[in-house]
Design a protein around this ligand. Structure first.
Ligand SMILES: [Mg+2]
Length: 275
């Protein structure tokens, strides 16, 4: 599934797309929100997002991944103070393809100076952190991860099994892969310099994200490391207490996907030329 096959439409906006010369002088944050049955969580999240969005500076891309609970209807009505777009998957394709569709839609409109943020739509990630992410990118980072495992970060509100999975994956990937600067490689809340993502997307095309499930976040990091990015982390205090719906992560399946991803990464040759 590519964005070209999907239905991408603008449902609301603050004056529509910016003019090309405006884009050059006013970098924007494109916030990609993969959403599967998040109709209850989206309203408070979009309200918080609108609060941190100065006029025209944030474009929110909600990817409705074949939801059955009216997630698309929440977005279709637009949101006050937010330039809100809807990307629709007619059927559920999984988190990996949801992120891929959102990134492609955002990149199709992003300026090279823009920032692309991906965050959960379950309202456990605080949009106020987007300002910190933009600051890090402006200071020279190419990828910024909202990390539960640096000073000031915490996942104390999450269930024990969920915390164990994140910690186990963090230790494993840190030991095996040694991606410099990364403690929380499975975090779903990150920012990317748009020009870096565009370079990676030009190389990998449809294969930028091949994982269908939650391992996609690690996969993207592994592919981007071939672009030699500067990666930094900012503290993330996960707000699991705000989560309304049930968790969608399947822990056993995700562990299996992490294992497969590791093996595949080990066996895949590095890109022929530097990216
Ligand atoms: Mg979540």
């Amino acid at each position: 599934m590519t964005v070209d096959e999907g239905d991408v439409r603008t449902t609301s906006g603050q004056g529509g797309p910016a003019l090309p010369d405006e884009r050059r002088t006013h970098a924007r944050a494109h916030v990609v929100l993969p959403a599967y049955n998040e109709a209850a969580s989206l309203p408070p999240l979009l309200t918080r997002l609108a609060e941190v969005a100065p006029a025209g500076k944030i474009v929110a891309w909600v990817v409705d991944d074949g939801s059955s609970d009216g997630t698309a209807d929440v977005v279709a009505g637009g949101w006050p103070g937010l330039d809100l777009r809807l990307v629709s998957h007619p059927v559920n394709l999984g988190l990996g393809q949801a992120v891929q569709s959102g990134l492609r839609a955002a990149l199709a409109e992003a300026d090279e100076h823009d920032v692309v943020v991906v965050m959960d739509a379950d309202d456990t990630h605080d949009p106020a952190l987007i300002r910190d992410l933009e600051r890090e990118i402006a200071a020279g980072a190419d990828v910024v991860i909202c990390s539960r495992f640096v000073d000031g970060g915490t996942d104390a509100t999450a269930p024990p099994l969920r915390r164990l999975l994140s910690r186990g994956a963090a230790v494993l990937f840190r030991r095996v892969l040694r991606v410099h600067g990364v403690r929380d490689c499975t975090s779903g809340f990150r920012a990317y310099r748009a020009s870096l993502l565009a370079r990676a997307a030009a190389h990998w095309g449809e294969r930028l994200i091949e994982e269908r499930g939650f391992a996609c976040m690690v996969e993207l990091l592994l592919k981007l490391r071939h672009c030699r990015p500067v990666v930094t982390e900012v503290p993330l205090a996960l707000r699991y207490d705000r989560k309304r719906g049930p968790s969608k992560i399947r822990i056993a399946r995700t562990v299996w996907q992490y294992g497969k991803l590791l093996v595949r990464d080990r066996l895949s040759p590095a890109p022929y030329r530097s990216l």
